[in-house]
Design a protein around this ligand. Structure first.
Ligand SMILES: *[C@@H]1O[C@H](CO)[C@@H](O)[C@H](O)[C@H]1NC(C)=O
Ligand SMILES: *[C@@H]1O[C@H](CO)[C@@H](O)[C@H](O)[C@H]1NC(C)=O
Ligand SMILES: *[C@@H]1O[C@H](CO)[C@@H](O)[C@H](O)[C@H]1NC(C)=O
Ligand SMILES: *[C@@H]1O[C@H](CO)[C@@H](O)[C@H](O)[C@H]1NC(C)=O
Ligand SMILES: [Zn+2]
Length: 966
């Protein structure tokens, strides 16, 4: 086996970040003493001031100190040695291009010497979602509007809260002091050390000249000091000043003191988090074989929050929906999400916080690892959920789609402009990252993997590392155990996956005479015509074949990068000529597989037999996913796919069913506004009619009180599809349930609709109802005290087909004080775009109101890009795309932070347009033909008439918001 670096790899090898974006590194911080006074009062516009003492070590003599500051007012800095001023500051200014603040001194700072740089600063805390910002809520008892100050510093917003060296490699310790009115409680990364009450500010502020004008001395102030922190990166710092309450976790679950904080009205929703958190943390201590280094862990639910949660060390902040869980108001899926997010953030306490990437190019290592590790902990805390399988499938399916675009990007992505960091908090970093980490655990084995991770964490504790550092540790342990091919390192293998964009498709050709198999690879692309790429991968070949033939599973084989093709002999795979054979057993790596016609036929027969479970669960997922994708890109006949998928009528497992429906959803998406949608609906009705009845439908509560996540997901997904496809009875049941709810006394407490089906029922109720049904949902939304319940109602409001209501709702998203929180603007717009009627309204809204939308999204991750991507995903005609391209020309200034997303969106639209041109007629004919075949071949008779029912209800049960990150 030979390993040659291809040209593509060579180009992508870490491009040196141009120095002008980066701090020069001649002066580095070792400790920060950071002191704030906050006036949480709208009357003073939330004025604050602060002073930071930064302890500096000089690496190289210089007369300039360069650090970060963004959007804060700064008074004259002082440079001292001990208490004695040592240098005169001759000037200081901030250049906004990269938020760099340069302090010029009268003479050089000496190499190897230590200095203290003191900078007073002040300003107003703003309503926002990053830096230190104001969040609000209404206290249900007093009906008062309350305010809190909270922080979100990742990736580059610490510099909005205080002047600092805001790059992950400048780790330092922190001592924090926060002054605030005594009615508030302040918390930070470390435990409270002491708290001093003072009536006047003067004693604490030697900088009285400017500040007194800015912030009047207050009475009833408290000064809270926190223990000195461990060495950490700026982006992990956090504090919250609020009137929140907390519950303490049961002490027997963990040695770490755990508190869950929430607004007082939501405190009764913290029970699940208060046991899940410590359980997961204790499990990670075992799994990493390394204790959690801080004495406490606070987890807090913030009413306004940009992402899902943020792993600040010792003080994890969450969107309410992702921490709080209410037995009576949250669904099973909400609970799954809460457990997953908690586990993800706790995994970061080691991977990310203790050992941190040197630069954001390796963000994927943090995020991919935390995403993978979360499933390990959830598996432990909730063993019946099969979190490992379900995340593996979710992550894999997501990235197989996105990463088939030419405009995708490598997981390890050179970042040469800090403004573009937020763009890579995307599915490639999270889901492809996670998939690749899982792949390693599978080809190295759990023991090797964990040993190496432990070595890595110990070696780089309180420090930074790059992916190559991890590869070295993994290779070292692997060699001891002999789990890698000869002369191959983990780096050889992983570089092909992390530094190259995309993934391979294997072409498998069987020789049925000599029973050998030939396997070759090339890059898989959605626009097949463009597949000229020479890239190749180290592909782990896991094979499985018909059970009778199976001895012990064949040893893992490799298809080496640049090997061209490989031949497997009979003893290496075990399949006889009449046996089906399946590659990528256990979905070990992100690749697709195409087979010769006969093997497809054998697989198809196996699925359609009574014993389809002989094809393993993940094998069924892989097959369905590959078949739909290959047909989509004209590598496989649609008749083969539909034939294969027809077995889904009998499937009882959620994951394969979900995969098949995902494949169909891609077709639905391009047909839903076309004359052929009726034929599509009819086909799907035939396919899922039986499953709908079996799963319990909407009429019964039979499964919902159980704790079987598989059944619940099955019922939720199928119900949503059934109503959208007009399966008889589905919408009628939903409408009835909604009416029943509207007639209920005390509807916020006594909602008669089964918890897990609420999203579906609400959406049908609103879409089939009038203004009254919409207003009802709105009133419930405004009164909801449980974030998960609010979120279901917010989605329901987008289901109306009344154009004027949709227009009004969109208007609210950009209107201050309308009741739509900034954090909810994107989900609302995106849901409306996806609905067949809403699409037209939303497109017009985006094209004409982009400036206001842009201003609403300001400072939030990737919002603009996500919106544009969703919009272009709906395109099916060249005319729609041309209009967009013209519009883009004139509105380029709003798209500067979303270049990558816009490119991907355009490519996606082209994929759709191509498909419509090439496949539409053929596929619709096939769908019709198969619908008829079902009539002939099955006993099911729903009394359906073939009159196509057009118009659809868009139901968003599985709304997994892509923008909820961290
Ligand atoms: C700010 O920095 C950029 C990039 O280094 C530079 O091009 C620009 O001239 C600077 N602006 C000022 C006012 O110094
Ligand atoms: C500078 O500070 C570091 C720790 O912060 C210390 O180890 C070092 O000895 C100091 N150097 C001098 C010259 O004081
Ligand atoms: C491994 O590399 C060494 C030194 O380059 C070479 O002598 C040996 O033949 C290689 N082994 C294999 C199995 O390729
Ligand atoms: C279905 O059955 C009808 C009536 O028996 C027959 O005319 C038709 O050809 C059959 N269709 C298919 C596709 O087998
Ligand atoms: Zn994360």
């Amino acid at each position: 086996m030979r390993w040659l670096h291809t040209v593509a790899v060579a180009c992508l090898l870490h491009v040196a970040v141009p120095a002008e974006y980066l701090l020069p590194g001649d002066v580095v911080p070792t400790h920060y003493h950071l002191k704030y006074a906050f006036d949480i009062d709208p009357a003073t516009n939330f004025s604050y001031f602060g002073v930071v003492d930064i302890y500096l070590n000089v690496k190289k003599a210089t007369s300039k100190i360069v650090l970060h500051a963004n959007d804060i007012l700064i008074a004259i800095p002082i440079v001292r040695v001990g208490d004695v001023p040592s240098h005169k500051v001759t000037g200081y200014k901030v250049n906004d291009t990269y938020s760099l603040m340069t302090i010029s001194l009268d003479k050089d700072l000496q190499e190897d010497q230590n200095y203290t740089l003191t900078i007073p600063f002040y300003g107003n805390i703003k309503h926002g979602l990053d830096g230190a910002y104001i969040s609000t809520y209404v206290d249900k008892m007093t009906k008062e509007k309350e305010y809190l100050i909270t922080t979100q510093f990742e990736a580059i917003s610490a510099r909005k809260a205080f002047p600092c060296f805001d790059e992950p490699m400048y780790k330092a310790t922190y001592s924090i002091v926060i002054g605030h009115h005594k009615d508030y409680t302040a918390i930070s990364n470390m435990p409270l050390e002491n708290s001093v009450s003072e009536n006047a500010l003067e004693d604490h502020w030697p900088w009285s000249q400017i500040e007194k004008k800015f912030m009047k001395p207050k009475s009833d102030f408290v000064w809270d000091s926190y223990e000195k922190s461990v060495a950490m990166s700026t982006y992990l710092l956090a504090f919250v000043v609020s009137k929140f309450s907390f519950v303490q976790s049961p002490p027997e679950l963990s040695d770490t003191k755990f508190k869950i904080w929430a607004r007082p009205d939501a405190l009764d929703q913290t029970a699940y988090a208060s046991t899940t958190g410590p359980k997961a943390l204790s499990y990670f201590e075992q799994w990493f074989n390394l204790s959690y280094p801080l004495p406490k862990q606070d987890m807090i639910a913030i009413p306004d929050f940009a992402s899902g949660a943020m792993e600040n060390w010792g003080l994890i902040t969450y969107r309410e929906k992702d921490l709080l869980y209410d037995e009576k108001q949250s669904s099973f899926l909400n609970k799954e999400r809460v457990a997953t997010v908690i586990a993800h953030e706790l995994a970061h306490q080691w991977f990310g916080n203790l050992v941190t990437m040197k630069w954001w190019s390796d963000l994927w290592l943090n995020e991919g690892f935390a995403t993978f590790a979360a499933t390990v902990a959830v598996n432990h805390v909730e063993p019946t959920w099969n979190a490992d399988k379900s995340s593996a499938v979710n992550d894999m399916l997501l990235i197989l789609n996105l990463d088939a675009l030419e405009s995708s990007h490598p997981v390890s992505v050179p970042i040469d402009d800090p403004k573009r960091i937020s763009e890579i908090f995307d599915d490639i970093s999270y889901q492809k990252g996670s998939t690749l980490i899982r792949m390693m655990t599978m080809f190295l084995g759990d023991e090797v993997f964990r040993k190496a991770i432990n070595n890595y964490l110990r070696k780089y504790s309180y420090n930074n590392a790059e992916q190559d550092d991890l590869w070295l540790e993994l290779t070292a342990v692997s060699k001891k155990y002999g789990v890698l091919p000869n002369n191959v390192t983990v780096k050889d293998i992983m570089d092909t996956w992390t530094k190259q964009t995309g993934y391979p498709i294997l072409t498998v050709t069987r020789d049925y005479e000599d029973k050998s198999i030939t396997v070759s690879q090339r890059r898989y692309l959605s626009l097949a015509a463009r597949s000229t790429s020479l890239t190749s991968w180290w592909v782990p070949l896991s094979v499985v074949c018909e059970p009778e033939a199976r001895g012990p599973p064949p040893a893992l084989r490799w298809l080496a990068a640049n090997q061209g093709l490989t031949k497997l002999h009979r003893f290496e795979h075990g399949a006889e000529r009449d046996h089906w054979l399946l590659f990528n057993h256990n979905m070990i790596a992100p690749y697709r597989v195409n087979y010769d016609t006969r093997n497809w036929q054998l697989l198809s027969n196996a699925l359609k037999s009574n014993e389809y479970t002989r094809v393993p669960l993940l094998g069924r997922v892989q097959l369905l996913s590959d078949a739909f994708a290959l047909a989509w890109t004209n590598h496989l006949e649609y008749s083969t796919v539909l034939n294969l998928a027809s077995y889904l009528q009998h499937e009882t497992e959620y994951l394969p069913l979900y995969t098949g429906l995902r494949g169909l959803m891609q077709i639905e998406n391009v047909l839903k506004r076309s004359p052929d949608y009726g034929a599509f609906q009819k086909f799907v009705r035939k396919l899922i009619g039986d499953v709908y009845v079996r799963s319990g439908g909407l009429a019964t509560k039979k499964i919902l009180n159980g704790h079987d996540l598989n059944s619940v997901k099955m019922q939720v997904t199928i119900s949503s599809w059934a109503c959208r496809m007009k399966v008889p009875g589905c919408e009628e049941n939903a409408i009835q349930l909604y009416k029943q709810w509207m007639d209920t006394e005390n509807p916020d407490e006594n909602n008669p609709i089964p918890l897990d089906l609420r999203r579906t029922v609400y959406c049908v109720g609103v879409s089939r109802g009038s203004v009254a049904e919409w207003r009802w949902a709105l009133a419930r939304e405004q009164r909801a005290n449980v974030a998960a319940a609010r979120s279901a109602l917010l989605a329901a409001l987008t289901c109306t087909k009344d154009v004027w209501i949709l227009a009004q709702y969109l208007e609210w998203t950009v209107t201050e004080g309308s009741g739509v929180r900034k954090q909810d603007v994107l989900p609302v717009i995106v849901n409306i775009i996806r609905s067949p009627v809403g699409y037209y309204v939303a497109k017009d809204f985006i094209y004409t109101r982009v400036e206001e939308i842009y201003n609403t999204f300001k400072g939030q991750y990737r919002r603009m890009g996500e919106m544009i991507k969703t919009l272009l995903q709906q395109f099916t005609t060249q005319r729609e795309l041309d209009t967009f391209l013209e519009w883009r020309e004139k509105n380029a200034q709003y798209l500067v932070d979303s270049k990558l997303a816009v490119e991907q969106a355009i490519e996606n639209a082209q994929v759709n347009i191509n498909w419509i041109t090439k496949n539409r007629k053929n596929v619709v004919d096939k769908l019709r033909e198969f619908s008829t075949n079902y009539d002939n071949s099955t006993q099911i008779n729903h009394g359906m008439h073939s009159a196509a029912i057009t118009g659809s209800v868009q139901v968003f049960t599985v709304l997994i918001p892509l923008f909820m990150r961290n």
